[in-house]
Write a protein that binds this ligand. Structure first.
Ligand code: ZN
Length: 147
């Protein structure tokens, strides 16, 4: 694995200074997802306000890719509508499946494009997707609680 490409400054910055890494007590849904192949774990809380992602908070342990990816996700998705969040999530998942052939849409994915290099390493893709799968799961659960 080419660490130079993977562990870019933006990833390390999110790993060292994770965003929204403090579980809020006010949430609509809480999920716990693990990635056994690497030992990554996260607990993620989502609160919706209608169709708006009002808050995403989390706690977790694991490799820098998994933890940085969740941190990046919170910066990207908080304040977005569920439709926008889905568009962004789908774009990120597509990027992770690109086997290193795509750079990602920086206008849409912002800091998440720093993870593009991960798509060349199949064993690490689950690390990068852990938080995104957790968000998808939690947002579906949160939505199902609305009338
Ligand atoms: Zn990992």
């Amino acid at each position: 694995m080419q660490l130079d490409n993977l562990y870019q400054e933006v990833i390390l910055d999110h790993y060292k200074n994770p965003q929204h890494k403090k579980l809020s007590t006010d949430f609509d849904a809480q999920v716990h997802h693990i990635n056994p192949s690497c030992g990554d774990e996260i607990t993620l809380n989502v609160k919706l306000n209608g169709q708006i992602v009002e808050s995403v908070t989390w706690d977790g342990v694991g490799c820098s890719i998994s933890q940085a990816s969740v941190s990046i996700l919170t910066d990207l998705l908080i304040g977005k509508t569920l439709n926008q969040a889905e568009t962004i999530s789908n774009s990120f998942m597509h990027l992770m499946q690109s086997k290193g052939t795509e750079k990602g849409d920086e206008n849409l994915l912002e800091d998440a494009v720093a993870l593009a290099g991960v798509s060349q390493y199949p064993a690490r893709i689950k690390c990068a997707l852990l938080g995104w799968m957790a968000f998808k799961d939690a947002s579906v659960q949160a939505l199902s609680k609305q009338n």
